[in-house]
Design a protein around this ligand. Structure first.
Ligand SMILES: [Zn+2]
Length: 204
């Protein structure tokens, strides 16, 4: 495998580890899809996690402005799902620190742990496993910028946009692979349901 794995290398690795599955899936929000993606299933294996993290960090290093910031760079994840990616990228880049936002209740805003203060002008790279709806990364960006820190870019393992995914321009976005997934908005519009393909419920 190359130092920066190709799109196909990444997708092969995700399939091999069960992180990317073909089938017929029903999501809690009612969407149906032929594909299921959970990067955490690939990140549980140290060697695979390392391959992906080093690959993503090499893409980041190719940006000379970002490379110059690495010694003072904070790697910040919007939730615990992004943590293996955040630590992997931080280690590969040799960045300054890693931390993450969280919330107890999905209706509450994201926040950092007590005493985890950001400093004005702190350089922050937002990191997550997948960029899909962009909702959490958008909230995290607002939180970080509201604290006076400076977001310098976004990095995700997989970019899986839908027509409503917001643009984070002019921030640079780094990803290892882009995945176009087909979603049906409910059971009645789902081809697979119509063909009687057995459905599997997924909870995330
Ligand atoms: Zn269906």
């Amino acid at each position: 495998m190359q130092l920066v794995p190709t799109q196909e290398d990444v997708l092969d690795l995700l399939r091999k580890t069960g992180a990317l599955r073909k089938g017929h899936f029903a999501y809690p929000n009612g969407l149906h899809s032929e594909e299921y993606l959970a990067v955490a299933l690939a990140m549980r294996y140290y060697q695979h996690a390392r391959t992906l993290s080093v690959g993503l960090s090499r893409k980041l290093r190719a940006n000379s402005e970002l490379r110059a910031m690495v010694p003072e760079l904070s790697i910040v994840a919007p939730a615990t799902g992004g943590l293996p990616v955040a630590y992997g990228v931080c280690e590969a880049l040799r960045a300054n620190q890693v931390y993450w936002a969280e919330r107890d209740d999905p209706n509450q805003p994201l926040r950092f742990r007590q005493y985890m203060k950001q400093v004005r002008g702190e350089k922050v790279l937002l990191v997550d496993d997948i960029l899909r709806t962009g909702s959490k990364l958008g909230q995290l960006r607002a939180l970080v910028e509201g604290n006076g820190a400076e977001v310098v870019g976004l990095a995700v393992m997989i970019y899986q946009p839908n027509p409503h995914t917001p643009s984070f321009d002019p921030l640079p976005l780094y990803y290892l692979a882009k995945l176009d997934s087909m979603y049906y908005k409910d059971e009645s519009s789902c081809d697979l349901c119509r063909r009687g393909v057995p459905v599997e419920k997924v909870w995330i």
